[in-house]
Design a protein. Structure first.
Length: 116
């Protein structure tokens, strides 16, 4: 997948609007729109880092599409929200039948932990 495709997927998974991503990453909305156009160029490294941090993914993921959860550092995550977003991104890549299994297990675990 291309940078554009990976960026689009990460934005969709986070539920952010382009305008919100631009604001949080301190990048112009026009630049974000340009990165999402067909045949768009990849942003500079510093802009890619800013985007990745807001989306809770690695720059490597945005550039290559490779998931490397073990390499996510706590410094690249900003609280539980980004961890939830990463979980959702990984979940979306599973086949539907596997998604249902994971969701069912998370709901069961959630019920068990309510009483603790």
């Amino acid at each position: 997948m291309s940078f554009r495709d990976n960026l689009k997927e990460a934005i969709d998974s986070c539920g952010l609007e382009q305008k919100e991503l631009a604001r949080k990453a301190n990048i112009s909305l026009r630049n974000i729109e340009n990165y999402l156009r067909k045949n768009a160029s990849i942003p500079s490294a510093d802009k890619a880092v800013q985007i990745a941090q807001v989306l809770g993914v690695t720059v490597e993921y945005l550039v290559t599409g490779k998931d490397q959860p073990a390499k996510y550092s706590s410094s690249s995550l900003h609280g539980i929200e980004n961890e939830i977003q990463q979980f959702i991104m990984l979940l979306k890549k599973l086949p539907k039948n596997k998604q249902r299994i994971v969701i069912k297990n998370v709901l069961n675990l959630s019920e068990m932990l309510k009483d603790t």
